[in-house]
Design a protein around this ligand. Sequence first.
Ligand code: ARG
Length: 706
Amino acid sequence: LFSATRVQTVSTMAADEEVVGTVKDQLAKLFEESLRVTVPDQTDTDPLIAACNPRFGDYQCNNAMSLWTKIKGTGSAFTGPQPVGQAIMTNLPRSEMIESCSIAGPGFVNVKLSRQWIAKSIQKMLIKGIETWSPKLRVKRAVVDFSSPNIAKEMHVGHLRSTIIGDTLARMLEFSNVEVLRRNHVGDWGTQFGMLIEFLFEKFPNMEVVSDQAIGDLEVSENLFRKLFICFCGHLFEYLYEIFPNMEVVSDQAIGDLEAFYKASKQRFDSDPGFKERAQQAVVSLQGGQEKYRKAWSQICEISRKGYEKVYQRLGIVLEEKGESFYNPYIPGVLEELSKKGLIEESEGARVIFIEGKKYPFIVVKSDGGFNYASTDLTALWYRLNEEKAEWMIYVTDVGQREHFEMLFTAAKRAGWLPPGDNSYPKANHVGFGLVLGEDGKRFRTRSTEVVKLVDLLDEAKSRCKAALVDRGKAEEWTEEELEQTAEAVGYGAVKYADLKNNRLTNYTFNFDQMLNDQGNTAVYLLYAHARICSIIRKSGKDVEELKKSSFQDLSRLSLQDWTVGGDNLRRRLGMIALNLNSLTLMMVQKTSLIINVYLHIEKVSYIYILLYQTGALVLEHPNERALGLHLLQFAEIVEEACTNLLPNVLCEYLYSLSGHFTTFYTNCQVVGSEQETSRLLLCEATAEVMRKCFYLLGIRPVYKI
Ligand code: ARG
């Protein structure tokens, strides 16, 4: 048999190795081939693949109906959608992916994936890392504009949402092989600065001297404003206590000081017309680049920045600041271009872009000649496209800014910067999110302050988690450091997850008890579930890295002569396989528990391709094992969906149901001490690995024991 035919092993398997993309992508490729044969004239038909009702299979191809609508009455030989579906099924190229197909309803082709193939894919992932399961998006570079607080104002819980959602989107895109520019578009150039600077000068006429001193001492600059007050307002202590009734607390939170300072200056601005005028003049001086004003400005920014940086560090978030001020020098050139294109018109002294269907125009130059939020955003968009060469621009803010972004994107389309429609690149999207509500159903605030301080929230989440761990007796079991780290991972994770699991457009209610519950769809539950899987593996006493290695050897990399199993020479094995070819599927190799699957594809009569796989240790025999395995495999398409629709909750839902699949499997399939121990341990490890990647993408640090 072997001498009469051409045996190909190595080369065909190399091609198979390169198969990339999600399960859906891989099926789509097969169906594309089938469609080309089935309806050769319909060249623009893309395969429509979707997950299907588990009663019928794992996936389905939905092209038959729409194809039938197109071809009926054109003299085609088909008599209805069902025969079209039948033909699509018959013409499907053979593939080791597919176990069986069936036709349902008006021509849906249901596909059941092969268990062996699912197992093999999981083993490959275990060996080569979860990156092999990363989706490939069409975009090379994207800007994610997120967090973006406003200098001198407190970074509030709305900014927390933007920070959490934006970071997750950035992580998911990065995992999907997109280069992400993480942009912190801080509000560092608004008219508020005139007011702040003027107020600063008023309170500290001797400013120049202080600032140098303060900057010389870095420790001090943290509390700069407090020191400033103390040094120069000795006689104004009354006032100081008025602004900072809670001195002790404030002193530790420079950013809080700055916020109070902001409020005081705003009050002054609103009540004193003379001050207001000076403040407006200060903006002009600042924007004109006057040294003294620039210095005061950069100092105010620096204090804010330090406060933000602390929050980012605690949350593990990386961002690159390119604030509004960065784009300022480019604005005139960009507006000039838009003027030349005839987009900008005069209206009531201002320069505006009229947008069809909008009540108000998009104001790009105010009537006093100053630039604004809109002029900056137009310019930033231009910069991101032309200088940074981004193909996808994503803006994460509350839904309240939807109108602004609609106008911005429409203007960009009219300028020809972006293509019309929403499906081609370069593309811009506004990722809006709803409010954070308190338990009273109103905007989330605490009793004493209008906005909730972010750091306080994180502190509280952590300390509640720590208390719960102490309750469980962990203080005796663990070191203080372990206790701290676990409390932090779980606490911060809970805050993030509670935000991300909802569809971002809905308002969500901030509730510590709910988010810290160890039952239900919470980070606490999921992190504990992960820790439990880790402990199953630990308790088995097996080295899972060793199991992984011995379970999977990539035979395609070996030449025929090299290959030995349990000391047996391949030629002898091939002889055995040849004898067994009549029975066609698999044979056991005695001595070891290895199973060799022999796939025989007769493509043309004169060729026989034999692919040898040592699928070895991972076998998905039990229905719950198969269901878990399939769910693991769907990870890539879930990330892809979450990216394309910019919906992190899709990933949360996946993670939660993964944990459900695992529980079902674990309840019905004994792992440690069972005959299938190795296989099942590998399945546990694969689950833990996918869970960890989900946590990572959601910005949550996993815990390993509980
Ligand atoms: N600083 C703004 C705010 O706090 C958000 C900025 C969003 N990004 C942008 N390019 N407009 O509301």
